[in-house]
Write a protein that binds this ligand. Structure first.
Ligand code: ASP
Length: 195
């Protein structure tokens, strides 16, 4: 992965972006302006990372087609400036948003990788760190200068799926998504195996 790669992380809301406020001991949205301070692992990527957060991050049960349009607009506006995009989204309706975007973003030639988590990123056993870090790696992945996954995809718990084939299948397990009629686009273990 070369250092002139760039990925934009867009936080729409949902569990993944929550951290514990030490004073009040309640969960509050992470300040995405300082995401690299909060997640120092991100500094180890040789990828230029920028992030932006929706003004009012929402629980994904409040998602709407108007917000799909807003999200598509953010990607459209920034399309030429980045090699890939990671969209952080609540898990409950992530498949719907990701499917809608897969139809809205015509002629896509760059990765748009949706991810989220079952536990807030600020919690000890969170699945959010791995999901975010691997989603960034996939969004930046190129082979011979060409993006490996030039489509809207959804990454969760070691599997990358075609977004519009997914559905949330568990509120309990870290493996929360299933793609019933389409094999994963990639499986992640010691290395990322693209199919
Ligand atoms: N209720 C949350 C949401 O979908 C759950 C999550 O993020 O996983 O926004």
């Amino acid at each position: 992965m070369s250092s002139n790669m760039s990925v934009l992380i867009i936080y729409t809301g949902g569990t993944i972006g929550m951290v514990m406020d030490q004073e009040t001991q309640s969960l509050v949205p992470l300040n995405f302006d300082i995401i690299k301070e909060q997640l120092p692992e991100l500094n180890r990527f040789q990828v230029k990372l920028e992030s932006l957060s929706f003004d009012q991050p929402i629980d994904s049960s409040n998602m709407s087609p108007d917000i799909w349009k807003e999200l598509a607009g953010v990607i459209h506006t920034n399309y030429d400036s980045f090699d890939g995009f990671v969209v952080l989204h609540g898990t409950d309706t992530m498949s719907y948003t990701a499917s809608a975007l897969s139809f809205m973003l015509e002629d896509l030639s760059k990765p748009v990788v949706f991810t989220g988590s079952q536990l807030p990123i600020g919690m000890l056993r969170t699945d959010g760190r791995e999901n975010l870090i691997t989603a960034v790696e996939i969004a930046a992945a190129k082979e011979n200068g060409v993006p490996i996954v030039p489509e809207v995809a959804l990454y969760f718990e070691n599997k990358l799926y075609r977004a519009n084939r997914t559905s949330k299948s568990s509120a309990e397990h870290f493996e929360a998504f299933t793609s019933y009629n389409y094999d994963p686009l990639a499986t992640v273990g010691v290395s990322i195996r693209y199919n």
